[in-house]
Design a protein around this ligand. Structure first.
Ligand SMILES: [Cu+2]
Length: 377
């Protein structure tokens, strides 16, 4: 069944069953319109199997209904008394078997196709973090983090009007994945802390991202556009706050984007010999804090009582630098404070310096990137 035929078939069927059904209704309850070969195959399988199930439903319940009405006691029906009917037994073995094979054959073909990650044009590593995605374009040397883009005041309920008017609420990011149209993209998934899953429904892609393991999947987007997905494995407090956005663009635009990213990477690639001043570190640290720490410790540095400790006035954040570096680098096992050693020396030094000199904290000292380098075990 071609996908177009499949969709028409499904839409007609739905409209016949629910006469009030319209396109908007279908979009709200149906699968997202498929944008890749695999998503199309999954869509068609879904439609095909729905119709098989519907057929079985009609036959079984039709048979039952007729039997109940025609053979009821009040019309004086006498039950048949027979045992073992070879014909019936063979029929009810063969028929389900044939139906199952009829479903298993196309399903297996699709599974084999979506497992085939060979010969990609572009390979992107997606790493799940609590709670954001990190992307590495392995051949281009482009790397970035992708954080939730929805403003905090919409999430906290302080700006309900903006939230209600935002069609992409919790489905927008600061840095989207950009890929060219019509190219085979292999996505390698892994995670830094707990299991996450990289899921973009329109591409028919959903792959677990498991710490210490590498899994892969692929897609080839048919059409230019913006496609949205989410982390699909319950991964903690902000599981619903780490969306995925893929921008599918023309090849020219992709080449321009890659060039720009490379320039950016070169611009922020820090000269290892650079001597950071405390003010530079604080300014950088504020950004690192906003991207990594603010969800728990809050912008005010006051944390959330009994859940996330305040850093303002904290013994660790105003005490010995060693203990402060240790908890940021290595986290605290058994608590929500995860290790942040995946951040660069500069970013860790910056965020620590920021914490030691913000809110009520006035240590007046700084931690240099070299200190972090030395403290890494
Ligand atoms: Cu997750």
């Amino acid at each position: 069944m071609t996908s177009k035929l499949g969709r028409t078939f499904a839409a007609t069927g739905a409209a016949a069953l629910w006469p009030a059904a319209d396109a908007a209704w279908a979009n709200q309850y149906n699968l997202q319109p498929p944008q890749t070969i695999i998503a199309n195959q999954i869509y068609d399988l879904h439609t095909l199997i729905m119709w098989i199930i519907f057929g079985i439903f009609v036959v079984v319940f039709g048979f039952m209904t007729v039997a109940i009405i025609k053979h009821r006691k009040s019309v004086g029906h006498k039950a048949e008394q027979f045992h073992e009917n070879t014909t019936v037994e063979i029929a009810w073995t063969i028929i389900p078997f044939v139906i199952l094979i009829g479903m298993a054959y196309p399903a297996t073909k699709t599974i084999l196709a979506f497992k085939d990650t060979s010969n990609p044009d572009i390979t992107i590593k997606a790493t799940g973090y609590q709670w954001k995605w990190g992307y590495d374009y392995l051949n281009e040397g482009v790397s970035f983090y992708s954080n939730l883009g929805t403003p905090r005041d919409q999430i906290d309920g302080n700006n309900v009007a903006a939230r209600n008017g935002n069609p992409n609420y919790l489905l927008e990011v600061d840095n989207a994945v950009v890929v060219p149209v019509g190219k085979k993209i292999r996505v390698i998934t892994t995670a830094n802390d707990v299991i996450h899953a990289w899921w973009v429904p329109a591409f028919g892609v959903k792959q677990d991202a498991i710490p210490g393991f590498v899994r892969d999947t692929w897609f080839r987007a048919d059409k230019v556009g913006t496609y949205r997905g989410q982390c699909a494995e319950l991964c903690g407090k902000d599981h619903g706050f780490m969306p995925i956005v893929v921008e599918v663009v023309t090849e020219d635009k992709y080449a321009a984007w890659i060039a720009e990213q490379k320039k950016k990477t070169a611009a922020v690639a820090v000269d290892p010999a650079k001597q950071w001043t405390a003010d530079e570190l604080k300014a950088q640290g504020e950004k690192v804090y906003a991207a990594n720490c603010v969800a728990c410790h809050q912008a005010t540095g006051m944390g959330i009582p009994n859940t996330f400790p305040a850093l303002s006035g904290s013994k660790i954040a105003t005490g010995a630098k060693e203990a402060h570096m240790d908890i940021v680098l290595n986290g605290k096992p058994g608590t929500a404070m995860a290790p942040f050693k995946h951040l660069s020396d500069v970013d860790i030094a910056a965020v620590i310096t920021y914490e030691r000199n913000s809110w009520a904290n006035k240590t007046g000292d700084m931690v240099a990137p070299a200190d972090i380098k030395a403290a890494r075990k």
